[in-house]
Design a protein. Structure first.
Length: 512
């Protein structure tokens, strides 16, 4: 059964109504992305409030990320079967409901269940907000629409810990979930009134239950493995080994099944299009490098440089300044300049930032640390919008929702994979560097000098230990940023393998 579209109803919005609709879509995307990180700073507080250990409390983060990762690639199928606006509005309503239930949860198991349901709701909001944004804007303004969406996607992960920390300072932990409720209510009532005309055709195709089951199995196993791997000592843990085997076998079975189905739950055939495949590869490499740095910089600042959570958060927030300023400018420039050139420039800026950080020392000042973080906003604003444009520009209208869903899935998944790999490598490199430094210095001679300067033997031992630890962490940090810079540089040159997008990309709203 199909719901026919009336051509006059598909005209883009104009004036204040367009701006309001764009605000609704941007806020929905921002809210979903914000919740991927807002609970990160409150795990210990939540665990204490629910009388569980901090390790158990991390399930508050894991449960959301697993559920969200499962539903993001399903967005195209959901939009096709139920209508994009209906799915979007329902997702907002459910997100608000389960946010409230998260705040009311009396125990960790109930909170985890509510976070799973919240993640299932938040997943489709990201790609559908992007796809609907393209539809409500007239063709000559779709670059600005993509810039607005990209701005919320870049700022969201940074704003989460800042807002979460501010809430914990003044309120209790349930309020990190309660703040979503009034926003969701407002969006839930505004979205259908503004977007109903863009509902699209509803196609009742058979449900690919096998593909759905395989997707849940391999994505769930992968996300849990990544989130719990370091805590469980990775492959020394039987649980991690089982999860890894499950993820690999499940992924292979999923790919084989989906490419042979007439009505797959996830349209993997989009990767046959060179522009989409290259955009997906660049998105994964670049966003993985970026998101790993978002986690690594605060860890380094707080563990080695003496910064507290508030000041490290302020440093991280600096990247949002240029991201907000440059996103609309980049959108204007993209109308006249090859998007590949803009994306190349943006990714090279990100690579430069990583290489600047690879020369940090323990004497780095606030300005030394803040300058690259500020510059990162320029790189992300020049990368995010053009690479999405390259990815979906050559897709037929009915595949746009599937394409945006897959790109968002790869973005979030690459971030999770990169964080797990980088934090593990950083920890291992710190240990190796500490052993190397300890073998090179004459500890007895150094301590003798310190004791001659007035320190006791115990104080001298403690000082040497602290200096060794600080220098080993610094060396590991520099090595890690050098590697991230190399990955970003490879991604930058990979951009040129994509064909040049058409001057007016085909970004019409599609049902699937």
């Amino acid at each position: 059964m199909s719901t026919p579209l009336i051509e006059k109803d598909l005209a883009p919005l104009k004036g204040p109504i367009l701006m309001f609709a764009a605000f609704v879509l941007a806020m929905a995307n921002f809210m979903a992305i914000l919740d991927t990180t807002i609970a990160n700073v409150s795990v210990t507080t939540i665990a204490g409030g629910l009388a569980v250990s901090p390790n158990e409390g991390t399930w508050v983060i894991t449960s959301y990320s697993v559920a969200e990762a499962i539903t993001v690639p399903l967005t195209g199928w959901l939009a096709m079967r139920f209508g994009p606006v209906r799915v979007f509005t329902t997702a907002i309503a459910m997100f608000g409901l389960f946010s409230a239930l998260c705040g009311l949860a009396p125990s960790l198991p109930i909170l985890v269940v509510c976070r799973i349901l919240q993640g299932l709701s938040g997943g489709p909001m990201m790609p559908l907000s992007q796809t609907l944004m393209m539809r409500i804007f007239p063709p000559h303004l779709r670059g600005q629409a993509m810039g607005l969406w990209a701005m919320t996607a870049v700022v969201g992960p940074i704003a989460g810990p800042l807002l979460g920390g501010a809430i914990l300072d003044d309120l209790s932990w349930p309020w990190i979930f309660y703040i979503n409720v009034p926003v969701a209510i407002g969006l839930m009532f505004a979205a259908p009134r503004l977007l109903r005309r863009y509902e699209g055709e509803i196609v009742r195709q058979p449900v690919d239950y096998t593909g759905l089951g395989l997707l849940i199995v391999w994505v769930g196993a992968l996300q849990i493995m990544l989130d719990k791997g370091e805590e469980a000592d990775w492959f020394n843990s039987p649980m991690i080994v089982i999860l890894a085997i499950t993820a690999i076998i499940g992924f292979c079975a999923f790919v084989f099944w989906e490419i042979t189905q007439a009505h797959p739950i996830v349209n993997l055939k989009l990767f046959q299009r060179r522009s989409f495949a290259i955009a997906a590869a660049v998105m994964s490499l670049t966003y993985g490098s970026f998101f790993a740095s978002v986690v690594l910089v605060p860890l380094w600042l707080q563990s080695s440089m003496g910064y507290d959570a508030k000041w490290s958060g302020r440093i991280m927030a600096l990247q949002g300044i240029l991201a907000v300023i440059m996103s609309p400018i980049v959108a204007q420039v993209a109308r006249r300049v090859d998007p590949r050139a803009i994306a190349f420039f943006g990714v090279m800026v990100i690579a430069l930032v990583m290489l600047m950080r690879s020369s940090f020392s323990t004497d780095a000042t606030f300005l030394n640390i803040a300058a690259p973080q500020f510059l990162l906003g320029l790189g992300m604003s020049c990368f995010f919008m053009p690479i999405n444009m390259i990815g979906i520009s050559n897709l037929p209208p009915q595949d746009v929702a599937s394409g945006t869903g897959l790109l968002n899935f790869l973005r979030t998944s690459s971030g999770a994979v990169a964080v797990s790999m980088v934090t593990t490598q950083w920890s291992n490199a710190s240990t190796i560097a500490r052993t190397d430094i300890a073998g090179r210095i004459d500890a007895s001679g150094v301590m003798a000098q310190m004791q001659s300067g007035g320190q006791t033997a115990a104080q001298a031992v403690s000082t040497v230990d602290q200096l060794t630890q600080q220098q080993s962490v610094m060396l590991a940090t520099d090595q890690t940023f050098m590697a991230l810079g190399a990955f970003a540089a490879v991604a930058a040159f990979t951009v040129w393998l994509a064909p040049r997008p058409p001057a007016t990309p085909n970004m019409q709203m599609g049902g699937h």
